[in-house]
Design a protein around this ligand. Structure first.
Ligand SMILES: Cc1cc2nc3c(=O)[nH]c(=O)nc-3n(C[C@H](O)[C@H](O)[C@H](O)COP(=O)(O)O)c2cc1C
Length: 189
């Protein structure tokens, strides 16, 4: 059977982003059960309808990557109890029909969300906003389980390297297992 393809979309462009590191932890947990890659999108311009057609090259590339994925796993930071502006900008581009014949690429895609933050919310408020947005765009959202890592700096080696402990690690494993099954079910239907 074909290996499932999971595309991670990390809502932080920061080089040492905890959310990027969380995505890499998920990749390790998934091992050879999935082809897992992180979408690079720091070259996607700010949404501006004046440049929408023809689509900028970076936009074409991210659309193709999303189209090719069997499931999308969002790793969101929390900025002021919301998800980040760069993530909203990316999703705004992805939300637009490619042409009169080709619809937007997010509809129907299996999706799940995790996140890590320095504060006590662990991104759960940002995640709720993100669920609202991606549900509006008709993604097929797996709401349970979802992982939110609070006080993430307490789960590092002291130099910014993520070292997930106890419950956080086991919750991420549970989410990875559940998402693999969720995606596989959709592929069989
Ligand atoms: C503009 C801004 C707003 C933030 N707001 C929150 C917040 O509402 N809740 C929270 O827990 N952390 C907040 N933080 C701190 C982030 O959790 C922290 O910067 C985190 O490292 C960002 O994710 P990253 O490591 O993946 O880049 C905020 C950070 C920034 C830059």
């Amino acid at each position: 059977m074909k290996k499932i393809k999971i595309l991670a979309i990390v809502g932080s462009l920061r080089k040492d982003s905890y959310n990027r590191q969380l995505a890499l932890a998920a990749k390790e947990i998934l091992g050879d059960r999935a082809d897992f890659s992180i979408l690079e999108y720091d070259d996607v311009p700010l949404m501006n309808e004046d440049i929408e057609f023809p689509a900028p090259e970076a936009v074409k590339r991210v659309r193709e990557e999303v189209k090719a994925a069997d499931g999308i796993w969002f790793f969101t930071p929390e900025y002021n109890h919301f998800f980040s502006g760069v993530l909203k900008n990316l999703i705004d581009w992805l939300s637009r029909p490619i042409s009169k014949e080709e619809p937007q690429v997010l509809a129907g895609k299996p999706a799940t969300i995790s996140g890590a933050s320095l504060g006590m919310t662990g991104t759960s408020i940002a995640q709720d906003h993100l669920v609202t947005l991606i549900s509006f765009l008709n993604m097929d959202v797996m709401n349970v389980p979802r992982v939110a890592v609070p006080y993430v700096s307490q789960q590092t080696d002291g130099e910014g390297k993520l070292k997930l402990k106890g419950e956080s690690l086991s919750f991420l494993e549970q989410q990875a297992n559940a998402f693999v099954e969720f995606v596989k079910k959709r592929m069989h239907n």
